[in-house]
Design a binder for this molecule. Structure first.
Ligand code: NYM
Ligand code: MG
Length: 216
């Protein structure tokens, strides 16, 4: 049996990631796949609550300390993510380590320093980057409510994201309609799943997880 695929959606704030994640989960479910949604930061855990307090300006924290909390919030989810993927459940993930590096580097921390705590996390099989010009993001509702939702910072964040781009990335123009984006994302995801299933049938070995985030 093929393990589940790790499908990541990344992008700046207000690009439409959460909408696309839930549409993708529903579409995959409707096609009979076992699939779950995961979101980072996961604000429900003890670490996630500290992150939430920081993001909503209820609490001040050193930039490096909060960077490590975001990373720890991913590490605390790894056992559960590994178990789900190995049992054949696909995961649609709303933000991950690329957001971690992009936001902290944009604030002025060193890029390599930012990557280090996330090294060895499970690597996504497919990453969609929802690309939206900052001027357009600003026009969308709610921009400016949380820490980081400022034009100058978002522009820097986008630059770092683009530096981090790797071969499993698919660029999505987030100015397109919700439906058009969904169509593209679903098509690429289904293709990825079909190839994995076909490979698993042919292969002698197990379909293994890759736990080498940022190790190349
Ligand atoms: N963010 C998110 C980080 O700064 N580092 C991280 O590792 C992650 C996962 O948190 N502005 C930032 C990006 C967002 C903010 O995310 C909250 P969301 O998706 O709006 O809940
Ligand atoms: Mg947000």
């Amino acid at each position: 049996m093929a393990r589940g695929r790790f499908i990541l959606l990344e992008g700046c704030d207000r690009a439409g990631k959460s909408t696309q994640c839930s549409m993708l989960v529903s579409a995959l479910k409707a096609r009979g796949h076992a699939v779950e949604l995961c979101k980072f930061p996961d604000r429900t855990t003890t670490i996630g609550k500290m992150i939430h307090a920081y993001l909503t300006n209820a609490q001040e924290l050193d930039d490096k300390a909060v960077h490590l909390l975001f990373s720890a919030n991913r590490w605390e989810a790894m056992q559960s993510i590994r178990r789900k993927l190995l049992s054949g459940t696909h995961l649609v993930v709303d933000r991950y380590a690329y957001s971690g590096v992009a936001f902290s580097t944009a604030k002025g921390l060193d890029l390599t320093w930012c990557k280090n705590p996330d090294r060895g996390l499970i690597r996504p099989d497919l990453t969609f980057f929802l690309d939206l010009p900052t001027s357009e993001a600003e026009r969308r509702g709610g921009f400016g409510e949380e820490r980081y939702e400022k034009r100058e910072l978002q522009e820097k964040v986008r630059d770092v994201f683009l530096q981090l781009q790797s071969k499993e990335w698919v660029m999505i123009d987030a100015c397109k309609s919700v439906e058009a984006m969904h169509h593209e994302i679903l098509k690429e995801t289904e293709h990825k799943i079909q190839v994995a299933e076909a490979d698993a049938k042919l292969a002698e070995e197990d379909d293994v997880l890759v736990e080498d985030m940022f190790q190349d």
